[in-house]
Ligand binder design. Sequence first.
Ligand code: TYD
Length: 129
Amino acid sequence: MVDLPVVNDPRGNLTAIEAGVHVPFDIQRVYYLYDVPGGARRGGHAHRGLHQLIVAMSGSFDVLLDDGFSKKLVHLNRSYKGLLVTPMVWREIDNFSSGSVCMVLASAPYDEADYYRDYHDFLADVVGG
Ligand code: TYD
């Protein structure tokens, strides 16, 4: 988890994220998930080389992380907390609250060749199974 800076202000709080300062990679892409219907599940893949920071900009959701050896469930519900996801980690995102927004900062442009879409292919490469 990364604690992002918060500038508290009675007019509303402000958080800024700078590449190389708050995230350990150059930010080359930003995307966000929104209007997620109840019960939907996103993710379901791993990346070969991509680094990402996931932030719950609004609402909350769960991120299940799996490196092939152990699994960890992280609940994100603060816009000043970021979850760093390194390469070769399978992730599933679900339990989205109504109106939630999941923002992802990424270290590279979209590249389908960087994805593992099949869990068994992923496992075979990380644990040699
Ligand atoms: P995907 O990464 O599978 O979504 P999620 O992990 O959130 O469930 O992406 C879904 C589709 O969206 C993918 O097939 C192509 C498109 N897409 C882009 O065009 N650009 C992007 O940066 C991303 C992340 C996805």
